[in-house]
Ligand binder design. Sequence first.
Ligand SMILES: Cc1cc2nc3c(=O)[nH]c(=O)nc-3n(C[C@H](O)[C@H](O)[C@H](O)COP(=O)(O)OP(=O)(O)OC[C@H]3O[C@@H](n4cnc5c(N)ncnc54)[C@H](O)[C@@H]3O)c2cc1C
Length: 459
Amino acid sequence: MKRRQLMQLAGSAAVAASAVAMPGAAKAAARQNVLIIGAGMAGLRAGQVLKANGHNVTILEGRNRIGGRCYTSHQWADLPMDLGAHWIHESGSGNPLTPIAKALGLRLVSDSYNSNTNYLAGSGQMTSSQVTYFNKIGDKVETAMGNASDSNTEMSLMQYTKSKIGYNNMNAYDKRLSDYWMRELGGYEYAGDTAELSAWYWDTGKEFPGPEVYMPDTGYEPIITYLAQGQDIRLNQIVSKVAYTNSGVTVTTNAGTFTGDRVIVTVPLGVLKKNKITFSPALPSAKQTAINKLGMGTGVLDKVVLRFPYVFWPTTDWLAYVPSSTELGKFHDWFNPSPGLHGMPVIIGFTAGFYGQQTESLTNQQTVDTAMAVLRDMFGNDIPDPVDYQLTRWDQDPFSYGSYSFYAVGSTRAMIDSLATGVSNRLFFAGEHTNRDYPQTTHGAYLTGERAANQIMAL
Ligand SMILES: Cc1cc2nc3c(=O)[nH]c(=O)nc-3n(C[C@H](O)[C@H](O)[C@H](O)COP(=O)(O)OP(=O)(O)OC[C@H]3O[C@@H](n4cnc5c(N)ncnc54)[C@H](O)[C@@H]3O)c2cc1C
C-alpha cells in the first residue's frame, strides 16, 4: 500500500466510540492548558483524552515526525516497514490497541515462536536430535531464570542463572547453548544485556492474553495517525528545560518558549538519563534516583531488514542462530515476515544487548556484511546479495538513547512508581518506562498517557 493511500485510510477511518474508551467531559471552568513533551504513543494518547474532554493541548515533539519508537518507514514504497515497535503484544482482551487496530480495519497477522528453524554457527541447520538437546538446555535455563526472583541477594540475571545451571562445570558445547538461551530470554526480550538485568525484577510485568500480532500492510502508522488526529502538534521542538512554579509551567525548546498550567513529560527514560532536559526546581531525589538506577541505553534491541530478489529461507516464522562461543549474542533472531507479506522476500535480523550496542558502532555496510555472513553460515554461499536494506541505531538516537527501559541491577518496582508520580500538581509523567505492569510495550505507553490525562482531569 502506498503512503498516500495509507494516510487517507487513517484520516478517513471512523473509529467507533466503543473501540476507544474516553473518560468523561471536563467542566469548562476546569479547562486546563496542557503542554505535552513527546508525540509518541504515550503523549498522543494523553493529548487525545485531554482534548476530547475540552482541555487545550499543545504537543512539543523534538523530531520532524510523530510516533517516537513507533516508526513505520516508507523507504520502500511498496512495503511499509516498522523499524521500532512491530507487534501488538498480547493482543487479546484488555489490550487497548487491538480494538483500535480492528476499528481502523488493519490486517492483523499472528506469528509464533513455536514456528522456528534452528541453526548452529559453523554447522548449518540443527538435526532433530540437536534441536531436542538445544531445547532441553533452553528449558533448564528458563527454569533457572523463572526462579531468579527468589535469589537471596541482588545480582544480575546472568550471574544467577549461571550459578543455578552449573555453568562453570559444563562442557564447551553446553556452555555455548546456555549462552544463547541466557541472552535470548534476557537481552533479546528486554533490550538490556542479561549481564545487567536484575535477577529480582527482570520479568515482573503483567500480560494480557492473546497472540502476538503485526500489521504487515500498514505497520503501526495508522494507529499513530489516528491518535494524532486533530491535535496541535509542533514538530522540531527540542525541549531542553522545564520550569514549574505554583502558578504554571514554562517549557523551553530550541525554537521558543511555551507556557501552560501543566506539563506531561513523555520522553524516553534514555533521554532523562542523559539529562537532556533540565528541571527547575530539580526533580525530587526519589525520582532522580529512579532515573539513574532503572536501565536503558546500555544494551539495545536493533533491526537489520534485508530485502532479497527471492526467498531462500524456510517458511517458519522464526529462525534461531546459535553463534560461536567467541561471538556471543550475535544475530540470534531472524523474523520471517514473508508469509504475512504475501511472499515478499524480506527477512528481519535482530541484534540485542551488549552485542547490539557494539554493532551500532559499525558502518551500515559492515552491519549488512555481518548479517550476510550469518545468513551465509546458515544457508551457504550461494544465496544472493540483498537488493536493499534498512537498519536501526536506537541507542545512538538522541530522542531515545536506547530501545526501551528495563530493570537493571539495583533498581526496584517502586522506582517505576516513583517515575510515574507527578510533582507539585504541575509536572506529570508518562511513557512505557512509567508503567510497572506493562513496561516496554506500546500498549503500556498508551495506558500511561491515559493515566497522566486522568491525573490532570482529577485535579
Ligand atoms: C526496535 C524496537 C522494537 C520494539 N518492538 C515492540 C513491539 O513489537 N511491540 C511493542 O509493544 N513495543 C515494542 N517496542 C517498544 C515500544 O516501541 C515503546 O514501548 C513505545 O513505543 C514507547 O512509547 P512512548 O510514548 O513511551 O515513547 P516514545 O515513542 O519514544 O515517545 C517519546 C517521544 O518524545 C520525543 N522526545 C524525546 N526527547 C525529546 C525532547 N528533548 N524534546 C521533545 N521531544 C522529545 C521523541 O522523539 C518521541 O517522539 C519496541 C521498541 C524498539 C526500539
